[in-house]
Design a protein around this ligand. Sequence first.
Ligand SMILES: [Zn+2]
Ligand SMILES: [Zn+2]
Length: 180
Amino acid sequence: MKCPACHGSDLEPKQLEEGLVAASCSECDGALLSLINYRYWAQHTDLSKEEGELESLEASENPEEKAQVCPKCARLMTKFKIGLMTANQLDLCSHCDEAWLDKGEWRLLKQLDLHGQLPKIFTEAWQRGIRKERMYNVVKQRYVDLIGEEDFDRVEQFKQWLDKHPQRDDIKQFVITSYE
Ligand SMILES: [Zn+2]
Ligand SMILES: [Zn+2]
């Protein structure tokens, strides 16, 4: 198999972790990880023991925005955002159930404590969560600019309390109607 990122260069087996083998490129350090292998490894590894390293989040990202080609089946891979804390995206071939990790992305997942739940990132729910969070941050910033950080904190605390309240809708109704 040839590396999908630098083309030409061959992929060779390499351990990402003890018991977790991926097809790795010696040139760009990218790795093709079979999710079947991954699931087996995740089930048989105690991930709670690992200490999260507090280093800066750095991993190379394929600068070409275009989709990567699966080295196994030559279909286009789909890009999935990891989260708002990083611009890195993971590539997945849903046909082969193989993920492509650019150099440093495995380490990045470990730093974010996501290395035990990799397949979750490839779900619509995870991606929707990221979009929702991003939207929330945009709205939040607008209100912080408007009323200041301190007051916004109070509003946010109230909202967090309200979100969990069983009579949420009644309380909301009260707040709204009391200003009418
Ligand atoms: Zn490569
Ligand atoms: Zn494929």
